[in-house]
Structure formats: structure tokens, C-alpha cells
Design a protein around this ligand. Structure first.
Ligand SMILES: Cc1cc2nc3c(=O)[nH]c(=O)nc-3n(C[C@H](O)[C@H](O)[C@H](O)COP(=O)(O)OP(=O)(O)OC[C@H]3O[C@@H](n4cnc5c(N)ncnc54)[C@H](O)[C@@H]3O)c2cc1C
Length: 440
């Protein structure tokens, strides 16, 4: 269409009115299932709930979907496969949207499998972001983005609605069931239900960066990087003396995760820490460029993720998963997720501890660890379920997060069919629905 050059009609083309802000109304939305938090766990819950025919809303404080998986550029799915010395024997432990993502991103050349004792899957974060956006849109899930949870209305044991502050005004979502996928148990906390936090010490987060223009054939492995960090990291002022730079062959990029940053719940301190994280990341990049010039000499930062948060606040559930459960590979009749990923503790600035399990080991997450005892229509998923620090460090990775999201959707579907509390959903009925994620 040709560009109009005349200005006639401009003032009448758009009709303008004067409005009084006092008349601004709360936007009301009704749904069957309201998922608060659009990280990988919340996205899984929302897609599964919608596929079960439930009217679903997904809310996030960020203006984008995908949580840390996209915006923190976590970059690698772990905990999806069993482990052992022979990668050809590794089997996929979580299905549901994991199958769709592996199929679609694989077909688009947006995955890179790293096969060794572990099978981990690197992904292109832009491709994952678009996959999530397209799927949420296609499934007819209502997104409410840039929406911070401010208030939760609870009527005894039932949550009735949540209030959200957005740049365009207040939104209220009333629903029959709520999923707390906020990572920080924000929904459970604002509902006035008790939560756990570290009394002392902290679980460090990390600032991830993606480097471009990397000579991916020359990227050193993590033991070589760790040895150099040990020897020369102080010269660059580095806090953390290990970590990794994983090459993504064919893309000329590397995913770098070599920082340790505190992630307090205090709103101002957390913002300051996110800036410190970027400074740490810059020092890391300088280290890589100078110490490994064949691989990184010409590289530059393509993207900084938002500061990656491992653990802050989490629910008190009907059952707390323990390190002993994880070490023993304890099975539960109400198991809803499983993984073989090790215990991965980031409780010291300079390094993390990783405890790997023998071949064939798998451990499980019971539904009771997802459900606060005093709420009938609330299920937590992802990195804010009830587990001790060691157990949570293993089950918060993305494989089991996807499985927990699916379990929440099916549990609510059963609850809405039967009536009553989500606690009364028979473990056997739920298991039949999510068998692929806990058996076989
Ligand atoms: C640095 C780092 C590296 C990791 N590496 C790996 C790895 O390689 N592979 C792997 O599988 N896992 C890894 N993990 C773990 C894994 O990435 C996370 O535990 C997982 O992504 C958590 O998903 P989630 O959906 O539970 O939470 P998140 O992705 O944190 O999503 C929570 C969402 O809730 C929203 N939210 C929070 N509060 C509110 C509120 N009040 N109102 C509205 N919205 C709110 C947030 O904006 C966010 O989008 C890593 C974690 C970190 C931090």
C-alpha cells in the first residue's frame, strides 16, 4: 500500500477521549487452572492442563514466557535421562512436553546432545523461547505477562483468586485450582502458608553468559578450565574457581557458567547482587579470552541471562523429600517425577559439590512434596517443592520440573472431575495418568 502524503483526516482517524483514572476497573479473569510462574515447570503444567480441556491461565512477573530456562539462559536440559558409562543404554525418564521439545527443537537443529556418563541436551534458548510462545498461544492458554503477584484471596483451605499488578492495571484471576510455579513459593507465601528458607548460609546462584565467535573445536574441557582457574583465577579476581564453558558446535557459541552470586529474597539486595553477577561474568570472560585465546580470543558476549536463582524459599509440604530418600532411590506409591541427576550443592563461593550415583540409580519425588497440607487446591512445582537442601539440589533440574508440572495438571483434572481436595486424589489414578514419568 502506498504511503499517504496528504494529512487530511489524520485528526479524525484516531478517536480520542479523556478518561478519569478513578474509573479504572480491575480486569477480572476466570479459569479452571491458574499457573503462577512461566518457567519450565509452570509451562509444563499449563500445557498439560490445557490439553486436558481445562481453561488455563499462565502468569509471570516477566514480560516473557520461559522463566530461567529461557531468560536465565540455563541452556542445557539435565536430569532427563538415566546415566552410566554406556550412553547407548541411557533411557529418557521424563516425557510429556519433553518429547515435544526434543522432537521440534531437534528437527530445527536447535539441540546438541552431550553424551558421556550423563546425557545432557544443550538447546538454543531463542528456539526454546519461540517453542514455548507458539505452544502456549496455539493451545489457547491465556497469558498474563509482566504481572507480579501481589495478593492471594483464600477462603479457609481454598484459594479463590490472585491479584496481579501489571503496567496496564490490576488483574484478578479467579480459578478452581492454582499451581505455584514461581520458584520462590511466592503464591504459597502470599496465601499465608508457612515456607522454608535457609536460616544460615545460602545457596549460590550463577550468572550465565553466552559467548559468540568462539572457536568451538578448541574449547577446553571443564577439568582443564578448573585447573587453570585454581592456578590463575585470583589474578582475575574470580570468586568461583570452577564451572564450565560448553561449546555448541555449528553455532560458534559457548555457554559459560562460572560464577557464584548470592540470591537474597530482599528486593533491593537481590537487584544489587544481579549487577555483581554481571561483573563476575565479565571477569570470567576476560579470564577465558586471555588464558585460552585459541578458543575464546576473538569471542564476545552475545547475551547475559538474568541472574540464575537456584534456591530461595520453598513450601512446607505434606512430606519433605530427604537426602536419604535420594541416596536410597526410595520409591513412593505417589511418585510423580524421577531423575538420576546427582546431588549438586552450591553452598560455597569458590566451588560446588557434586555427588553422582552408580549406574542404574534413579530417585523419585512424591506428590505429597508438592502439596501444602493446609490448602485443598494448591500444588507447587519446580524448584520450590518441599525437600531438604541436598534433595532439592538434585530434583530441581529441568527433567523432573517438567514431570512435576504434568503431575499438577493431572491431579487437578482428577480433582475437578471428582470434587473435593487435591489431597484426596487417589495415588493410583494419578499414577496411571503419568506412568511414563515414573515407570519403565
Ligand atoms: C545457574 C543455574 C544453572 C542451572 N543449570 C541447569 C542445567 O544445566 N540443567 C537443568 O536442567 N537445570 C539447571 N538448573 C536448574 C533449573 O534451571 C531450575 O531449577 C529450573 O529452571 C527451575 O524451573 P522453575 O519452573 O521451577 O522456576 P523458574 O524458571 O525460576 O520460573 C519461575 C517463574 O516464576 C516467576 N515468578 C516468580 N515470582 C513471581 C511473582 N511474585 N509473580 C509472578 N511471577 C513470579 C518468575 O518470573 C519466573 O519466570 C540451573 C539453575 C541455575 C540457577
Amino acid at each position: 500500500m502506498a504511503v499517504r502524503t496528504d494529512i487530511e483526516g489524520i485528526l479524525t482517524a484516531t478517536k480520542v477521549v479523556v478518561r478519569d483514572p478513578a474509573a479504572d476497573a480491575v480486569r477480572d479473569i476466570e479459569a479452571d487452572v491458574c499457573v503462577v510462574g512461566a518457567g519450565i515447570a509452570g509451562v509444563s503444567a499449563a500445557i498439560e492442563a490445557s490439553r486436558l480441556g481445562r481453561r488455563t491461565v499462565i502468569v509471570d512477573s516477566l514480560p516473557t514466557l520461559g522463566g530461567q530456562a529461557v531468560n536465565g539462559i540455563i541452556g542445557t536440559f539435565v536430569g532427563l535421562y538415566s546415566q552410566g558409562p554406556d550412553p547407548s543404554r541411557h533411557r529418557q525418564l521424563t516425557h510429556g512436553i519433553a518429547d515435544d521439545i526434543l522432537r521440534d527443537l531437534g528437527a530445527a537443529g536447535a539441540l546438541h546432545y552431550r553424551r558421556g556418563f550423563w546425557t545432557t541436551v544443550m538447546y538454543d534458548e531463542v528456539a526454546l523461547a519461540r517453542w514455548i510462545e507458539r505452544t502456549i498461544h496455539r493451545e489457547g492458554i491465556l497469558p498474563v505477562l509482566g504481572a507480579v503477584l501481589t495478593k492471594v484471596e483464600r477462603d479457609g483451605r481454598r484459594i479463590r483468586s490472585v491479584q496481579l499488578a501489571t503496567r496496564y492495571g490490576v488483574v484478578q484471576v479467579s480459578a478452581k485450582a492454582f499451581v505455584d510455579a514461581t520458584g520462590d513459593a511466592a503464591l504459597t507465601w502470599l496465601a499465608g502458608l508457612p515456607c522454608r528458607e535457609p536460616a544460615e548460609g545460602t545457596v549460590y546462584g550463577s550468572q550465565v553468559v553466552v559467548l559468540e565467535n568462539v572457536n568451538t573445536d578448541r574449547v577446553p574441557d571443564r577439568t582443564e578450565i578448573a585447573a587453570r582457574l585454581d592456578e590463575r583465577g585470583d589474578l582475575y579476581g574470580l570468586v568461583r574457581k570452577e564451572g564450565f564453558a560448553f561449546a555448541f558446535p555449528g553455532k560458534g557459541t559457548a555457554l559459560v557458567n562460572m560464577t557464584h552470586v548470592e540470591t537474597p529474597l530482599d528486593p533491593v539486595a537481590s537487584a544489587i547482587k544481579s549487577l555483581e553477577g554481571k561483573d563476575q561474568a565479565d571477569q570470567t570472560v576476560e579470564f577465558l579470552k586471555k588464558e585460552f585465546p585459541e578458543a575464546f580470543g576473538e569471542s564476545r558476549v552475545r547475551a547475559y541471562g538474568q541472574l540464575g536463582i537456584r534456591q530461595t524459599r520453598w513450601i512446607v509440604g505434606r512430606y519433605q523429600l530427604t537426602m536419604d530418600d535420594v541416596l536410597q532411590g526410595r520409591e513412593f506409591p505417589d511418585a510423580v517425577a524421577r531423575t538420576a541427576w546427582g546431588i549438586e550443592l552450591h553452598e560455597r563461593p569458590e566451588a560446588h559439590v557434586f555427588h553422582a550415583f552408580p549406574e542404574g540409580h534413579v530417585h523419585y519425588v512424591p506428590f505429597r512434596s508438592l502439596t501444602p497440607p493446609d490448602a485443598d487446591n494448591l500444588v507447587a512445582v519446580g524448584r520450590c517443592i518441599d525437600a531438604d537442601v541436598a534433595a532439592l539440589s538434585s530434583v530441581r533440574v529441568m527433567g523432573p520440573c517438567i514431570a512435576m508440572g504434568a503431575a499438577a495438571a493431572h491431579a487437578f483434572d482428577l480433582m475437578l472431575q471428582r470434587g473435593g481436595s487435591v489431597h484426596d486424589v487417589p495415588a493410583q489414578s494419578l499414577r496411571e495418568r503419568i506412568r511414563d514419568n515414573v515407570e519403565g
